[in-house]
Design a protein around this ligand. Structure first.
Ligand code: PLP
Length: 387
């Protein structure tokens, strides 16, 4: 089988596993135990990882809060800010192509807490306009949340420009950078980001561990916790730290940083090879997302006259995602493609390729060949398609 679903999750890099193992077997202390060496050793592992993650974001280690993943980070950012800044206002701005963990959190705040939510449109490439952000701001706005890169189409938003608008207006800016961290350069200072979500399992680290960057200087961001307890993570996220996962997260981030210059070029070349081979052989194949401002390892294509689901059925040895599979059993077309203005038919015929560290050129060539065969076969059977 070939794994090309690296936006969903990634294989843990063996070098990451290696650094985690001692924290299961020998260094199993509680990082909050201050009275003995078991605790100190665990704490040392955590603090090193915190430093590694901070460095990758151009942040300070004290600004990193560990969570169970980006879903929790997004929940904490939105709910934590809304709760803490109630007096200031009750309006937040998000983009309409955010991940469900942002969209649904906003929806909950809207329906259960009476928060006003502006859902920003995107252009035909899935990009948010900084001018739209500016126009949506009111004197009651407490938070802007726009993702760095989209998980379906890979489009990269003009985050630094949005950060500028936020700073100018004195409004907090949260960025879900889950798909961008480790893949493209991220700098919370240069991008004017006050809160940033990320997760280990998209960058060859373990599942179940993520982080929220929370700015400490100029302005210091305050958050109401959503989990109460022992006061870990400066009171923002209680619960015993998952030391082995945190150590693995640190290693994963560091490996990505070291390999990014070479890796991003290699993956982009594989992506371009896949796209060119497919679009040269087949007509009526459409690119979803931005042609240049996109993640190096993402390719999202619509194959007219073919159902994405049928395509995947026809090539089960390759792990891919379709634009209608994401949202459960209903087979609703992707809301992201809908926001771009892609029609229901083409949205249903979309396939997302997520290329990763462990993919080879042979795998890409095999995938292109199978795509071409399968699409051709399905089109031959389609009453709508005329050769
Ligand atoms: N945000 C984005 C953009 C994602 O792609 C994902 C992953 O599906 C998440 C958030 C959720 O991350 P996690 O699985 O760590 O909760």
């Amino acid at each position: 089988p070939i794994y090309l679903d690296n936006h969903a999750t990634t294989k843990v890099d063996p070098r990451v596993v290696e650094t985690m193992l001692p924290y299961f077997t020998e260094k199993y202390g509680n990082a909050a135990s201050r009275n003995h060496a078991f605790g100190w050793v665990a704490e040392e592992g955590v603090e090193q990882a915190r430093q590694q993650i901070a460095e990758a974001l151009n942040a300070d280690a004290k600004e990193i809060v560990f969570t169970s993943g980006a879903t929790e980070s997004n929940n904490l950012a939105l709910k934590g800010v809304v709760e803490m800044y109630r007096e200031k206002g009750d309006h937040i701005i998000i983009s309409s192509t955010e991940h469900r963990s942002v969209l649904d959190t906003a929806k909950t705040l809207e329906t259960k807490r009476g928060v006003k939510v502006t859902y920003l449109p995107v252009d035909k490439y899935g990009m948010v306009s900084p001018d739209d952000v500016r126009a949506a701001i009111t004197d009651k706005t407490v938070l802007i949340s726009v993702m760095l890169a989209n998980n379906e189409i890979g489009t990269i938003n003009p985050v630094a420009d949005i950060g500028k608008v936020a700073k100018e207006k004195g409004i907090l800016f949260h960025c879900d950078a889950t798909q961008g961290v480790g893949k493209i350069p991220v700098d919370v200072q240069a991008m004017g980001i006050d809160l940033l979500s990320c997760t280990a399992h998209k960058i060859y680290g373990p599942k179940g561990i993520g982080a929220l960057y929370v700015r400490k200087k100029g302005p210091r961001v305050r958050l109401a916790p959503i989990i109460d307890g022992g006061g870990h993570e400066r009171g923002m996220r209680s619960g015993t730290l998952a030391v082995p996962l945190i150590v693995g997260f640190g290693t994963a981030v560091t490996l990505c940083r070291q390999e990014m210059p070479v890796e991003s070029v290699r993956l982009a070349a594989l992506r371009d090879r896949l796209q060119t081979t497919i679009t040269t052989a087949l007509e009526e194949v459409y690119l979803n997302g931005h042609p240049t401002q996109r993640l190096p390892h993402n390719l999202n294509l619509s194959f007219a006259y073919v159902e994405g689901e049928s395509l995947l059925m026809g090539m089960k040895e390759i792990a891919l995602s379709s634009g209608s599979a994401c949202t459960s059993a209903t087979l609703e077309p992707s809301y992201v493609l809908k926001a771009l203005g892609v029609g229901a038919e083409l949205a249903h015929s979309s396939i997302r390729f997520g290329i990763g560290r462990f993919n080879t050129e042979e795998e890409i060539d095999y995938t292109a060949k199978r795509m071409i065969e399968t699409v051709t076969k399905l089109r031959e059977m389609s009453p709508l398609y005329e050769m």
